[in-house]
Design a protein around this ligand. Structure first.
Ligand SMILES: *Cc1c(COP(=O)(O)O)cnc(C)c1O
Length: 453
């Protein structure tokens, strides 16, 4: 079948969508209202929802809702659609694959695209050592597998995660995640042998250097766990849900050095930071670290569910045959999408585009901060930036203000997400396919909502 027989590609997604913010109804409009009512009847109430509208198309820098409203996308479906929604190359690759075969299970009858994704991950992740990869479906599933692999390789059990960490919602990853509400509350008991260490959080650390923050964490690990019992340290190089916290310079290298010296597997959770998002292919590069294992997911496959663990060959090959896998891991549609997505990041130099977006975001957000002391901090890298909102007198987090600004932006047709342990961070994760004009307009809407709140 040719693309000519598939007009839906050009009509409903990709760059063919008008790149504009356009509100034709108050939000939510009547069609979205109807779906919201059906959702309330049919879908578990505990499944969250940021926007009060239902999507029918998306591409470039916009999401179009069921009433024909066109919203500026500053969230990328939580850092997933880095190459843009329904990106043309991804659409074509998936269409070609879906017509050939949809599933064989890689562990039953293998296929080329899984191997090619593994080769791409081995090539792109930091370090030139021998590497292997394994593919899974979700970020949480990949994190779990990274921990399995590290435990098997070291023969040790304890795992350290950090304050403000987010690693997922399955049982093991809930245990690794720091925040009780909404992620853990009432869902215990959690897996044993998980320990928490203090992070480097420059805005709230009172000037503690990265090195000293690392020594603080290391001292705690030595005293409370002991390196002889510690299988792995898992950390997001820049924290995602925890508030886009960028550790002070020197923090990550010192932790990585200590881990290496003590045969502790250093796992970088790059599920949110990976694939060009931060202005580097992987955020670990920004800090000069080479993790033993790198966990990837969100930005990898243009919106299809795919995740991976990539790392040192001797660590990845340690578990017994059949110890890793799953029915759907590395599904052929997701692998086809990932190959097209990775080609797009590389051929369109979206790493450079993420840096440009970072320059626009940094400039605008710092200008907002200069006139509004409620913006306590502007931080992040590349197309992963955030503002932390506080009471300017006390520095206390202001979650209520954050919620008002986000809701105001949503009502004005801008998709923004909040995050942070204290719920007081607005994060910006635009698709790298967004135009500067749309990005700036989206930021102006947020600025005017802040001024009015
Ligand atoms: C989103 C996220 C996860 C979990 O990924 P899922 O695909 O939602 O399971 C894990 N780690 C980080 C850093 C994330 O941002």
């Amino acid at each position: 079948m040719t693309l000519v027989d598939q007009p839906s590609v050009a009509v409903t997604g990709g760059p063919a969508l008008p790149q504009e913010r356009r509100l034709v109804t108050p939000l939510p409009g009547p069609a979205s209202r109807e779906w919201l009512a059906r959702r309330a009847d049919a879908v578990a109430g505990s499944v969250g929802g940021t926007m009060p509208v239902f999507a029918v198309a998306a591409g470039g820098g916009v999401v179009v809702d069921a009433d024909g409203n066109s919203l500026i996308d500053l969230g990328s479906g939580i850092a997933v659609t880095g190459v843009g929604n329904a990106a043309p190359r991804v659409v074509a690759a998936v269409q070609e694959q879906v017509a050939r075969f949809t599933h064989t299970c890689f562990t039953v009858t293998p296929y080329d695209s899984y191997v090619e994704v593994a080769e791409a991950l081995n090539r792109l992740t930091p370090g030139d050592h021998a590497k292997r990869s394994a593919l899974f479906n979700s970020g949480a599933e990949a994190v779990e597998n990274a921990v399995k692999i590290a435990r098997h390789y070291t023969g040790k059990q304890a795992v350290v995660a950090f304050d403000h960490a987010y690693h997922g919602r399955t049982n093991l990853t809930m245990g690794l995640t720091a925040k009780n509400q909404p992620y853990k509350n009432g869902f215990g008991p959690f897996a044993p042998e998980i320990y928490r260490a203090p992070l480097s959080y420059p805005y709230r650390d009172g000037g503690l250097s990265g090195f000293d923050a690392a020594r603080r964490a290391i001292s705690q690990m030595e005293k409370q766990i002991g390196a002889a019992n510690l299988a792995a340290i898992i950390i997001e190089p820049i924290q995602g849900e925890g508030g886009f916290i960028v550790p002070a310079e020197g923090f990550l290298p010192e932790i990585a050095r200590w881990a290496r010296e003590n045969t502790v597997v250093f796992i970088a959770d790059e599920v949110q930071t990976g694939f060009a998002r931060t202005g580097a292919m992987f955020a670990s590069e920004l800090f000069g670290i080479v993790p033993d294992l790198v966990v990837t997911a969100k930005g990898m496959a243009g919106g299809l569910p795919l995740s991976g663990v990539t790392g040192r060959a001797e660590i990845m090959d340690a578990p017994q045959v059949g110890g890793l896998g799953g029915t759907y891991g590395g599904n052929p549609l997701a692998c086809a999408a990932a190959l097209a997505t990775i080609r797009t990041y590389e051929e369109e130099d979206l790493v450079a585009r993420a840096r440009e977006i970072g320059t626009v975001l940094t400039g605008r957000l710092n200008a907002m901060r200069a006139v509004d002391p409620r913006i306590g901090d502007v931080r992040g890298r590349g197309a992963m930036m955030a503002i932390e909102l506080v009471d300017p007198k006390t520095g206390e987090p202001d979650a209520a203000l954050t919620a008002r600004v986000a809701a105001g932006a949503h009502a004005e047709g801008v998709i923004v997400l909040t995050c942070g342990t204290y719920g007081n961070v607005i994060r910006f994760l635009p698709p790298l396919s967004i135009s500067d004009d749309l990005l700036v307009e989206g930021l102006q809407v947020v600025a005017s909502q802040l001024a009015a709140s």
